[in-house]
Design a protein around this ligand. Structure first.
Ligand SMILES: Nc1ncnc2c1ncn2[C@@H]1O[C@H](COP(=O)(O)OP(=O)(O)OP(=O)(O)O)[C@@H](O)[C@H]1O
Ligand SMILES: [Zn+2]
Ligand SMILES: [Zn+2]
Length: 851
């Protein structure tokens, strides 16, 4: 008999009993077209654990479901006798139990309904596409004597099949009462039930263009000639998509060439060229610092957090590779998280060169089908290495032996929206704890959160062994990260203070742009940068030019009346875009992607004198083309890397020296390792320095240090030129001196004084609505309610810095409190239920983006 509430009086002889007795209901995720959601089912005889795949009645049919959580009470709004029962366990232990604990923890910490967390984590249609199958258990000595007719019929059916294996649907079609029959046979261990992944998708076909060897007649245009030339230079055979991209041409142009008989276009199977063509690579002989780091990591047993603080070009990747190799041999897997897909091709190649097809790439740009296939491969449990962006932190790898977060300071590990607003670093910490495996955080410019956490643990350890310490970080303030105060001694600080082969870090020259102007130079390039650019080709070296183009840095305004052209849906000016010469001139909104043709005349006063302000990547490339016509340039930003594979194509071209200069944004600061790059120029550092949020200085220091770190990684020494209007700014000074620690110490003092992270905690409430009055009054109302919380500072409500985006008006409220404060936060679901339906509320826990 079942008695609720008697758990404590149950004898300890059967440890599993209390758990089972208190849970007669199970919440499951039903995953079939048209119905995705969490439903509660009853359990009577079945032993179900979270992570099992179940079969449940749903409407008139029987569907697959994932067991999520055992609950001791049925939902209040459902009569217990109305709740249906779980039919069967299709596959036990499909997901590790820890995986569900992780998802629950995320739901709780980020105030997000579990189903939303599951949606981020699981690929769509996971269950729908898999097939339930039944097979005979070999060498069983169970008796078949007392079987019901249905069970007997199923058994005979299976025995008649050579493998003793049928899909459940087939059995259902053949035998009446198949459900019961199967249940019966399962119980007597005559058959087993399993889930088979769908067959891998059929071979992928893609169009290829092949050059036909005929001499050129007079019937080709110069443009067509150019295309044929590109094709010839690349061996006369290319994927259509790649050729289109490299030549910025259209399929119609290529069709025309085909009609003239110069090329043939045909479908071809996509071979895994990328995988096979990668040359196998042997582990490198480590430097002393690398071996020390590796030794510490390999010795770790169970959960630990390691900060691998290595200057740019110090060989962190080699440490990762050599830490993973022994794990794979032990049958374990590793998860490698990277900030952006832009830098993944190079990194992935390195991993593939070492581990071949054990490497699997997982990121949000994969199609549903690809994502699903990757999932299946991961669940198969073979030892492997998964490399991916933020959402790969959910990769369901069994036997996880190590998690690595490369460039751990990078803010793209944080999701701003939709909910859960998780930080992959926080989630990775929890995951490592649950899986009892180490977490390695690698960076040349560690985030202040990680620095404080790891260094203060380190300091504690040091203080224990040596009573006197001269450590001066403001570590007396307690630090907070990942949902709870840490007291574990599981933190390690590992340092790679030098570049490989003791190569020096590049000297950083600061150019004061105010003086340039005073001395009559009106160009966006200082004289120092100009002469450095001129020398590039002479010396057969390559350069990188970094442009910080964010939001409305480039805009169009009328010189006659001062009118600025703005987005009709957002409170920002439109940015001017022209992808190449003679391409249409477009004005685009960087917030909602609205686009319009650039008008000839001012919409306000009809004056023809419209002028562009600010310098985005396109403007800089045009300017370069004008001043340095001989320089070959590749632009690398979100406009030129929109299509699939574009990152790889552009970087490969650059690495093959098809260009002298790579011009781009943020994207190129991350992990690029190109030995022939000697020059790095920052066109205007100021855009980075003056952003209005508490992390502006930290982010600017990180970005500038990272971009500077791309120079001089090969044999030729590097050189960095930073142009700025504020040369005396502390961030600029710190970047020039490569002074991470000094900068961090000063910055932390300010954070501590104002209770900002990593000492204080923040929660940002973002409200938006198409009705400006409604959202304002709702924000006021919530803020008033919050004001009663003691020990919690409420900042705002205030309009967001860009007030209107896509016709929605935005307000924000920021909560700031110390992690030690005993504060009572409201039940956010309650708050949500009180606000008008026209207002949406997002709760961003540990926010990084305040736009
Ligand atoms: N022990 C070694 N011996 C020789 N070369 C090495 C060694 N370790 C790494 N390298 C090479 O040094 C270069 C820099 O290494 P890597 O890209 O891993 O640096 P990193 O620390 O990740 O730098 P960043 O933070 O700037 O991305 C790479 O080309 C790598 O192949
Ligand atoms: Zn005008
Ligand atoms: Zn807009």
């Amino acid at each position: 008999m079942y008695l609720r509430g008697l758990e404590s009086s149950i004898v300890v002889a059967e440890p599993r009993v209390p758990f089972q007795v208190s849970s007669r209901w199970i919440e499951v995720l039903v995953d079939c077209p048209g119905a995705q959601g969490i439903y509660t089912y009853k359990l009577t005889a079945l032993d179900v654990q979270p992570g099992d795949i179940l079969s449940v009645p749903f409407g008139t049919s029987q569907v697959g479901a994932i067991a999520i959580r055992l609950v001791s009470q049925p939902p209040a709004d459902l009569a217990p006798d109305k709740i249906k029962e779980v039919t069967d366990v299709v596959s036990a232990g499909f997901f590790p139990v820890g995986y569900w604990q992780l998802l629950n923890r995320i739901a709780e910490y980020y105030y997000t309904p579990l189903i939303q967390v599951i949606r981020v984590a699981l690929p769509p249609g996971l269950l729908g596409r898999s097939q339930r199958r039944i097979r005979l258990v070999k060498n069983t000595n169970s008796s078949t004597q007392f079987l019901t007719p249905a069970a007997r019929q199923i058994l005979e059916l299976l025995q008649a099949q050579s493998q003793g294996d049928y899909s459940f649907t087939h059995i259902q079609r053949q035998v009446k009462g198949a459900y019961r029959g199967v249940r019966e046979l399962l119980r007597s261990h005559l058959i087993e039930s399993y889930l088979e992944p769908p067959r891998l998708s059929k071979p992928k076909l893609q169009k290829a263009v092949t050059l036909v060897d005929t001499g050129l007649e007079g019937d080709v245009t110069s443009r067509q000639r150019e295309i044929l030339e590109v094709l010839r230079r690349r061996g006369g055979d290319m994927w259509l998509s790649e050729l289109l991209q490299i030549c910025s041409t259209s399929s119609a142009t290529l069709k025309a060439l085909e009609q003239k008989g110069y090329v043939v276009i045909q479908e071809r199977e996509v071979l895994r060229i990328e995988r096979d063509s990668i040359v196998q690579e042997q582990p490198k002989t480590l430097t002393q610092a690398q071996s020390q780091a590796l030794e510490t990591i390999i010795k770790l047993d169970g959960y630990a957090q390691v900060l691998l603080h290595g200057v740019t070009g110090s060989g962190k990747t080699e440490v990762y590779l050599q830490a993973i190799a022994p794990l794979l041999n032990q049958g374990k897997s590793a998860l490698v998280l990277v900030p952006e897909i832009g830098l993944t091709p190079q990194l992935t190649d390195r991993f593939r060169a070492r581990f071949g097809n054990k490497v699997c790439v997982y990121h949000s740009a994969l199609s549903d089908g690809e994502r699903y296939d990757t999932w299946r491969q991961m669940l198969a449990g073979e030892p492997q290495v998964v490399i991916g962006t933020r959402s790969a932190v959910f990769a369901p790898l069994p036997h996880l032996g190590l998690i690595i977060l490369d460039e751990e300071h990078d803010s793209s590990f944080k999701q701003d929206q939709p909910i859960p607003t998780y930080h992959a670093r926080t989630v990775a910490t929890w995951r490592a704890e649950l899986e009892h495996c180490p977490l390695v955080l690698g960076s040349a410019t560690p985030s202040l959160e990680t620095w404080v956490e790891v260094r203060s643990e380190e300091t504690k350890k040091r203080e224990e062994s040596t009573p006197i310490t001269d450590y001066r970080l403001p570590i007396n303030a307690s630090c907070y990260n990942g949902g709870h105060l840490r007291n574990a001694l599981a933190s390690h600080y590992l340092s790679l203070p030098e570049r490989i082969q003791s190569r020096p870090l590049p000297p950083v020259e600061i150019v004061d742009m105010r003086q340039e102007l005073q001395q009559g130079n009106r160009s966006i390039f200082s004289r120092t940068l100009q002469s450095a650019l001129e020398q590039l080709q002479e010396r057969e070296q390559q350069g990188i030019l970094f442009i910080h183009r964010r939001g409305h840095s480039t805009f169009v305004s009328c010189r006659s009346c001062g009118y600025v052209i703005e987005c009709p849906h957002c409170d920002v000016s439109l940015a001017y875009h022209q992808t190449e010469e003679n391409a249409p001139e477009i004005l685009r909104c960087h917030y909602c992607n609205y686009a319009q043709l650039h008008p000839r005349n001012c919409p306000e006063c009809s004056s023809p004198y419209l002028k562009f302000f600010g310098s985005g990547t396109q403007r800089v490339t045009q300017e370069l083309a004008r001043q340095f016509p001989q320089l070959r340039i590749i632009r690398f930003d979100s406009d030129t890397t929109r299509t699939k594979g574009a990152h790889r194509t552009l970087l490969t071209r650059f690495a093959n020296r098809e260009a002298d200069l790579l011009v781009g944004t943020q994207m190129l600061t991350k992990g690029l390792d190109l030995p022939q790059v000697t020059l790095v120029g920052v066109v205007a550092a100021d855009g980075l320095l003056h952003l209005a949020d508490y992390r502006a200085a930290e982010r600017a220091f990180q970005t500038l240090t990272q971009v500077a770190g791309r120079a001089g990684r090969g044999e030729d020494p590097g050189r960095v030129i930073v142009q700025t209007y504020s040369p005396e700014h502390p961030v600029i000074q710190a970047v020039q001196q490569h002074a991470y620690e000094a900068f961090t110490t000063a910055e932390l003092e300010q954070r501590a004084a104002l209770n900002y992270p990593p000492y204080g905690r923040l929660i940002l409430l973002r409200l938006s609505s198409t009705d400006p009055a409604m959202v304002e009054s709702t924000a006021q109302q919530i803020a008033t309610q919050l004001n009663s919380i003691s020990e919690c500072e409420i900042l705002g409500p205030a309009p967001a810095s860009v007030f209107r985006v896509s016709n929605r008006y935005r307000w924000q409220i920021l909560l700031k409190f110390l992690p030690t404060a005993q504060i009572e936060l409201p039940d956010w679901e309650d708050v949500r239920s009180q606000i008008p339906t026209s207002v949406s509320l997002t709760i961003d826990v540990d926010p990084l983006n305040f736009m």
